[in-house]
Design a protein around this ligand. Sequence first.
Ligand SMILES: Nc1ncnc2c1ncn2[C@@H]1O[C@H](COP(=O)(O)OP(=O)(O)OP(=O)(O)O)[C@@H](O)[C@H]1O
Ligand SMILES: [Mg+2]
Length: 236
Amino acid sequence: MSEAILKIRDLKVNYGGIEAVKGISFDVPAGEIVTLIGANGAGKSSTLRAISGIVKPAGGSIELLGEHIEGKNPTDIVKMGITLVPEGRKIFPDLSVKENLRVGAYLRKDNIEDDINWVYDLFPRLKERSWQAGGTLSGGEQQMLAVGRALMSRPKVIMMDEPSLGLAPIVVRGIFDIIREINRQGMTILLIEQNANMALKTAHKGYVMETGSITMSGTGLELLADESVKAAYLGT
Ligand SMILES: Nc1ncnc2c1ncn2[C@@H]1O[C@H](COP(=O)(O)OP(=O)(O)OP(=O)(O)O)[C@@H](O)[C@H]1O
Ligand SMILES: [Mg+2]
């Protein structure tokens, strides 16, 4: 078992009076894929938004390699090595594919050309469409671009919020192939999905979230085989 790169303890997120995340704890070990699954409104995105500094946690701690990052601003958190691929992709529609990738590296001062080529190797489709406006890409291509843009910050941990949402099954398989490939290259990944089947097949470890709490955890295979997970999330 490798060391935890990210350690979440008793994390709470509130929006006014609404308790969206009610004190959850989990680890993301270096080099692994960890997934949080759960129904709409369970608090998955809120958890990622708290880790990335977009919302301030109401309580608890978040450690990246032993350093407390809870309450830091999003720019500092990206600089420290955590990048979020947000829900809905949020690419810049009027910028070209290549310009979108450059935006992902905006905090870096070193040479980024090698990394653009790395992203193009991972996503040959993006290379073919280097000059195309982001907004005119298909949904699957936009998702590739969102992942590629996040990789351009050279994160230690990449967090993905529902990368498969709204994509056709064959495109979803392509996205999961890429998730496995970047993990094989050493990337630590925290993945949120409603496609529990694909997520649990891909992840080393999974956590089930229900109304702001973690109710179950296990290896991906353990959760896939669990009767209550099957009934609630796998439709079998
Ligand atoms: N900005 C906000 N203001 C008020 N309530 C919010 C806000 N963002 C989220 N919530 C609420 O917090 C709860 C958790 O939302 P969150 O987006 O984290 O869920 P989720 O698990 O990502 O759901 P989904 O699968 O639908 O994306 C929900 O009840 C939601 O309505
Ligand atoms: Mg969400």
